[in-house]
Design a binder for this molecule. Structure first.
Ligand code: KIV
Ligand code: ZN
Length: 511
């Protein structure tokens, strides 16, 4: 009988730890709702003790998202565990996930404690967590570089202490599939109470082996995998949810295991993560990359026309790729727009449709043909939290081979208008300098990219900007048919997000 694999999604915790990948709390909630539609079993929503903002986000998700178990991360410290239990307590099903490093390196260099001390601490804190919640998970951080007999003792003792799930992380992405398989088998053979817990793995992708290592662990008996959408995560990222799920499904001949993931929701979730974090998906990324189901070579195209199976091992529609259809134009009505959005999988609330339709008409005035990708931009902008302390009212630039690039910018803050002009290395730089002069906010531009997100000569360009200020980071995004306009609006969007985070706009809310 095939075994169910618990899909533990940590996009909102480990995924959000990707440098520069921060999301607002509203975006985190929207993503958690989408993860529930995807039908993941566990959502690791954050690390509540790490900041009041994270606490707030985890507790909102716990209150509002129905279906999956809502989990929070905690070090093996009483105050972490208490904050975590408090943040998740309103969820129908909730879990505290506590961890401590067990490799010699972690014991000696990071924790400066003996193996016995760490073992005692792990047991004590698992027992404490069990007094607060029923469902406790314990992770032996850096397990794959931990001495096996010690790992065995830690696993046995923490199960004895009450942990229902024991996670074996490859924290630094060091292991190989065969070592992973041997390690999990070793634990099954040498830990007497192992059947009282679910064995889990959590693999990082430093050597590009995280998915292979996760699948190897499943072959050896692991029944939970921790993973992220698009493989987001610390450094090179975590094992990608979509790759693990589709490998299990497509190669069911190799694995006596299944997941409950609604695979048709995968692409939508991937796009949401990419949009919220500003991390584009590489075109050749398995499952969700733009080219994952495209065939270029003539021989391949011919084969696919005769029978798709010649060059395709999965059906694109099974992971959410549909026919992208040219649907709507300037004369389309509200019902048509709503119907197409619903066909694309969006829930359009009654109180949203007027705003969405207004945006649609504005776009249709600029672009004659509205593609599905255009509708996705409209939805993204309509559902993105309003963070507009400063609003871009107008922008004029002059540039050319023999002129000094100059930008004149008009911004609005509440009811007041501000205007200034600046010169720069190019029109975008000039616009940024003018914005800086008006807002008085100086940031370091860490990354800037612009890409065509829709099709045709009048395609929308989406600018994504990563900025930093006093150690705080934010991503700004905006789309327009005019790339300078998109760049300026994205810059302002990033500044507005920084202001929200630092509380300078007076809207900051903490628990
Ligand atoms: O990579 C890791 O070891 C982790 C643990 C906290 C599970 O993220
Ligand atoms: Zn991790």
């Amino acid at each position: 009988m095939p075994s169910k694999i618990v899909i533990f999604d940590t996009t909102l915790r480990d995924g959000e730890q990707s440098p520069g990948a921060s999301m607002t709390n509203t975006e985190k909630l929207a993503l958690a709702q989408q993860l529930a539609h995807l039908n993941v079993d566990v959502i690791e929503a954050g690390f509540p003790y790490s900041s009041p903002e994270d606490f707030d986000s985890v507790s909102r998700i716990a209150q509002e998202v129905k279906g999956p178990t809502i989990c929070g991360l905690a070090r093996t410290k009483a105050e972490d565990i208490e904050a975590c239990a408090n943040a998740v307590k309103h969820a129908e099903k909730h879990r505290v996930h506590t961890f401590v490093g067990t490799s010699r390196l972690h014991l000696e260099k990071k924790l400066r404690k003996s193996a016995d001390e760490v073992l005692r601490m792990a047991v004590e804190m698992v027992k404490y967590a069990c007094t607060l919640v029923e469902d406790v998970e314990f992770s032996a951080e850096d397990a794959m570089r931990t001495d096996l007999p010690y790992l065995r003792d830690v696993v046995e003792a923490t199960i004895e202490a009450g942990a229902r799930t024991i996670n074996i992380p490859d924290t630094v992405g060091y292991t190989t599939p065969w070592v992973m398989e041997e390690t999990i088998r070793y634990l099954f053979e040498n830990v007497p109470n192992i059947n009282q817990a679910v064995i889990s793995v959590h693999n990082h992708d430093d050597l590009g082996l995280s998915v292979a290592n996760s699948l190897a662990a499943i072959r050896a008996g692991a029944r939970q995998v921790e993973c992220t959408i698009n493989g987001m995560g610390e450094r090179a990222g975590n094992a990608s949810l979509e790759e693990i799920v589709m490998a299990l499904r497509t190669r069911s001949d190799q694995f006596d295991a299944y997941t409950d993931i609604k695979t048709e929701e995968i692409l939508k979730t991937s796009k949401m993560v990419s949009s919220f974090t500003g991390f584009p998906v590489q075109p050749n990324k398995a499952i969700v990359g733009q080219n994952a189901f495209r065939h270029e070579a003539g021989i391949h195209q011919h084969g696919v026309i005769m029978d798709r199976a010649t060059y395709e091992i999965m059906k694109p529609e099974d992971v959410g790729w549909g026919e992208t259809v040219l649907t709507l134009g300037p004369r389309s009505g509200k019902h048509g727009v709503r119907k197409r959005l619903e066909d694309l999988g969006y829930d359009v609330a009654d109180d949203q449709i007027d705003d969405i339709y207004k945006r649609f008409i504005e776009m249709a005035d600029k672009k004659k043909q509205i593609y599905d990708e255009d509708l996705e931009i409209i939805m993204r902008e309509a559902t993105t939290e309003s963070v507009d302390t400063w609003v871009l009212e107008s922008l004029q630039v002059t540039s050319g081979s023999s002129t000094m690039p100059t930008a004149t910018v008009q911004l609005r803050k509440e009811e007041e208008l501000f205007q200034d002009a600046a010169v720069g290395n190019g029109p975008v730089d000039a616009a940024y300098k003018a914005i800086e002069r008006i807002t008085g906010v100086q940031v370091t531009l860490e990354d800037y990219s612009i890409r065509a997100v829709t099709r045709g000569g009048d395609a929308f360009g989406e600018a994504t900007i990563h900025v930093a200020r006093n150690g705080d980071r934010a991503v700004g995004r905006a789309a327009s048919t005019d790339v300078v306009q998109a760049s300026a609006a994205a810059y302002l969007n990033a500044i507005n997000r920084l202001l929200i985070r630092s509380g300078l706009n007076g809207k900051h809310d903490t628990p």
